[in-house]
Design a protein around this ligand. Structure first.
Ligand SMILES: Cc1cc2nc3c(=O)[nH]c(=O)nc-3n(C[C@H](O)[C@H](O)[C@H](O)COP(=O)(O)OP(=O)(O)OC[C@H]3O[C@@H](n4cnc5c(N)ncnc54)[C@H](O)[C@@H]3O)c2cc1C
Ligand SMILES: Cc1cc2nc3c(=O)[nH]c(=O)nc-3n(C[C@H](O)[C@H](O)[C@H](O)COP(=O)(O)O)c2cc1C
Length: 784
């Protein structure tokens, strides 16, 4: 076969040598526009795991890289005059030039033809090639030439960065944050050979412009960075090796994702993208070179599987694309989180967080490194952090006795203290009769109160009969209901330490539907216990087009009536003994229908701009707050993202949270969606936590994170990083009422109090988890 790699970066060179080592008879050429050794950049890093992978595929290059690389474990933060260091992070650093030299020499040894100083115009320059590898980097000409086929999605990010080097000696991957009059800068610094380190300075575009860096030459930019980071550099100079770049040396990162990775051109040659040409990963996670090398490995592996003949190329390329696309998307997602963290840290974290928590937040920025993962990396550092965190919420005496994981620290608001950070999220059960909670609710909520969570929410409780979602929803509009709730709340208070919360709501246009198991969101049918009742909401709407009843727009009289219903229900909730009240302003229900532009088309003072759309929900909030005892907390649940173009965005959610904070809300419960059937949510572990994080830092209000939080590790990571004050856990509590007790035992937190009558189950559960952990460790050891 005749194979040509356009571009002699890590991807092209490594693929060339892997193929030549296996099939020496094939002709393999790497064509590079630069001269040998003439390259942009300083050092690159990758993990120990990447090295192991390379060792399996070409021992010679892996050994040479191993000899040349610098290995280090520590990450050091320089922030607000403090130095904080944690270990166990395992990086390999190598000069980009050195890496390319090793790959070039190995290519030559094996007989790969290397053509330098040759700028390729198009794949048609190689009409005889069976396979053309477009490994021509982030600005790939070949990708652009066929963009209608490859369909690249290129996102240009807002931050500016400059890639420099220095001879100052560093013994850790160092992050240095500096505040200027115009905002924050950060430097990412890592050593890659005996006397050189990469030094990337980065800041938001607005800060860069405010400092006039758009008009600065390379020399002036370097002088600026030398002055800004003078204490860190200790007299060492910053250097550039990108003088061939035109214009400013300050770049903007471009994230590249392609829909299609290969094609057959007019000459019958197959053309396939590889490395940065097909995907990029931000340097905040340092995986671009790793991805390029792994692409080369995977394509080689596919030739091994299918056979290295021209006839097999289409199958090889199909399977290469299939397996690499998913893998790279995972890394790109993690890199995206890490990149965003650095983009917003100046306005969201630097001024808000203390150095200890800032370090934790930075280390977990990609959401791939969890709390327990940090413990594996550096137990001493994490123990110290847990101690620091616990001290902020617990007495000296109790923190001195034992280390308390963040999840199990208490939390106090107004007069209410929750014994830990876990909340049973409100979950409709559809088992009430005439709005009256029954023995079902006593058993259901009682079991969860005994299950260890700091607070248990009852399901959405409706303020009037026509405020219900279904005939099975409970309410608080008469004395019988109030007494029934009081019985449940009293029972929970007597038999557990859990605090009890009520969530008051009005279903609006999503009311008068069947119980979930009979047909969620479907209007009541002839065989239901009640006929349909008329619906009201901000504007006339059908939740499901052509299926739902159409709601009527509320007039001022409706508004006054519903506000009065909320106030009455609030007084009853206080009478029933609830400790906490949440106003339901999410999920497309009545109050949410005013907030979202998707469901509010009013032209009066309650429609139009966000300020107007918030007018009625805020009026209800204020009325409820005035009726709810001052010593008890109130939260507001919002949909922080409609997941529909033109709907509420996370940026709007910040403004919504601000408005409720000003009105007196203590906490924002950050949910999302369920406002429109057109929504396209992006699910994943802890997928709504970023909304909570943003609101907490930018508004300065306590938050509840919710959504796919299903392990103690998730809760610990969220609370420790300051991404929320509480975590609401819903579906896991359907499977296991004692979810919190179980998770405490799983992570070995033995100070967790259990209900007295259950205590003999505690030690057994802990022992079973300990045994399972030992067995898992033995299995891992024996499989190596
Ligand atoms: C600031 C910064 C820091 C980074 N840090 C890291 C890090 O720490 N760790 C890490 O793993 N990655 C890092 N990267 C990413 C890394 O540099 C790339 O992801 C990696 O080099 C991709 O390899 P590649 O072979 O696909 O592309 P490249 O390395 O870009 O190679 C492409 C080659 O193609 C050549 N070429 C382009 N067009 C033509 C043409 N028309 N004709 C002939 N030749 C052509 C170019 O000259 C170049 O040599 C960083 C990137 C940046 C910008
Ligand atoms: C059966 C069920 C009923 C729910 N009912 C309510 C409710 O009454 N009020 C509310 O705000 N959210 C309700 N939700 C949403 C949950 O409170 C929670 O936000 C969502 O399930 C995501 O959390 P999870 O991933 O832990 O399940 C309900 C969820 C489920 C599964």
């Amino acid at each position: 076969m005749n194979i040509v790699c356009i571009g002699g970066g890590p991807a092209g060179l490594y693929f060339g040598l892997l193929m030549k080592a296996r099939w020496p008879d094939h002709q393999i050429t790497v064509v590079e526009r630069n001269l040998p050794y003439d390259t942009f950049g300083w050092g690159v890093v990758f993990s120990d795991a990447t090295m192991d992978n390379m060792r399996q595929w070409d021992r010679t290059t892996a050994d040479q890289i191993q000899e040349a690389f610098n290995h280090w474990d520590d990450i050091e933060l320089l922030f607000k005059g403090r130095t904080i260091r944690s270990g166990g992070h395992g990086f390999v650093g190598i000069g980009r030039k050195k890496l390319l030299n090793i790959l070039q020499v190995r290519c030559e040894e094996l007989g790969v033809i290397l053509k330098f100083d040759c700028d390729v115009n198009s794949d048609f320059d190689f009409p005889d090639a069976d396979l053309i590898i477009a490994s021509d980097g982030i600005n790939s000409k070949i990708r652009t030439q066929y963009e209608d086929v490859f369909k690249p999605d290129i996102a240009t990010r807002p931050n500016r960065y400059i890639w420099l080097g220095t001879h100052r000696q560093y013994d850790a991957f160092t992050f240095d944050f500096k505040k200027t009059v115009h905002g924050w800068f950060q430097a990412h610094i890592y050593k890659f050979d005996d006397d050189t380190a990469t030094f990337i300075a980065e800041c938001p575009e607005s800060v860069w412009l405010a400092h006039g860096l758009d008009k600065a030459s390379q020399e002036q930019s370097i002088a600026f960075c030398e002055q800004l980071f003078a204490d860190n550099l200790q007299g060492a100079k910053l250097m550039t090796n990108s003088r061939h770049l035109r214009g400013s040396a300050w770049l903007k990162f471009q994230r590249v994702v392609c829909e299609q990775w290969w094609l057959k051109n007019k000459h019958g040659s197959h053309v396939v993208l590889m490395g940065d040409a097909v995907h990029t990963a931000h340097f905040a996670i340092g995986s671009g070179t790793k991805l390029a090398l792994e692409d080369a490995i995977e394509l080689t592996r596919q030739f091994e599987i299918h056979g290295c003949e021209p006839a097999h190329i289409p199958n090889v390329l199909t399977d290469y694309q299939e397996s690499r696309r998913i893998e790279t998307l995972k890394i790109q997602n993690a890199a995206w989180n890490a990149m965003e963290w650095f983009e917003v840290c100046g306005e969201r974290y630097c001024d808000q967080l203390e150095p200890e928590q800032f370090m934790y937040s930075m280390l977990t920025r990609s959401q791939r490194i969890s709390h327990e993962n940090l413990r594996l990396r550096d137990k001493k550092w994490l123990d110290g952090y847990e101690h620091w965190f616990a001290q902020r919420f617990m007495s000296e005496a109790s923190t001195a006795v034992t280390t308390t994981p963040p999840m199990f620290t208490p939390y106090t608001l107004r007069s209410i203290t929750l014994k830990n950070r876990v909340v049973v999220s409100p979950m409709a059960q559809y088992c009430a009769h005439d709005g009256i909670p029954t023995d079902y609710h006593l058993v259901h909520l009682g079991a969860r109160a005994m299950g260890g969570a700091g607070m248990v929410f009852a399901e959405m409780t409706c303020v009037s009969a026509d405020a219900r979602i279904t005939p099975g929803c409970p309410g608080l509009w008469n004395d019988v209901q109030t007494l029934a709730w009081k019985k449940i709340v009293d029972w929970a208070h007597l038999h557990s330490e859990a605090r009890m919360a009520v969530q008051l709501g009005h279903a609006g246009a999503k009311g008068s539907t069947r119980r979930a198991w009979d047909g969620i969101d479907q209007p009541l049918a002839a065989d239901d216990t009640e006929p349909n009742w008329p619906l009201i909401s901000a504007s006339p709407q059908q939740y499901i087009d052509g299926v739902s009843q159409t709601s009527r727009a509320m007039n001022e009289t409706d508004m006054a009536r519903v506000t009065a219903d909320f106030v009455q229900a609030t007084l009853r909730a206080a009478e029933a003994g609830f400790d906490w009240l949440e106003l339901h302003c999410a999920h497309g229900y009545l109050l949410s229908s005013f907030i979202s532009p998707l469901t509010n088309q009013r032209t009066d003072a309650y429609g139009g701009i966000l300020e107007n759309r918030l007018r009625y929900p805020l009026a209800v909030f204020k009325a409820v707050r005035a009726a709810w005892p001052q010593h008890l907390p109130m939260s507001v649940r919002i949909s922080a993202h409609d997941w529909v173009e033109g709907g509420i965005t996370p940026a709007d959610a910040v403004l919504i949270a601000k408005a409720f904070k000003t009105a007196g809300a203590d906490v924002i419960d950050c949910s999302s969606g369920q406002v429109s059937k057109r929504e396209k949510p992006v699910f994943g572990r802890m997928f709504q936590t970023p909304f909570s994080d943003r609101i907490r830092q930018e508004v300065g209000i306590a938050t509840i994170a919710v959504g796919a939080i299903s392990e103690a590790d998730h809760v610990n990571s969220i609370i420790a990083a300051g991404r929320a004050d509480l975590c609401a856990v819903a579906r896991p509590h359907l499977a296991n009422p004692a979810w919190t007790l179980t998770e405490a035992a799983r992570i070995g937190y033995q100070a967790m109090p259990w209900p007295k009558a259950y205590i003999s189950g505690k030690r057994q559960l802990e022992t079973n988890f300990e045994r399972a952990a030992v067995q898992a460790a033995i299995a891992t050891l024996t499989s190596k």
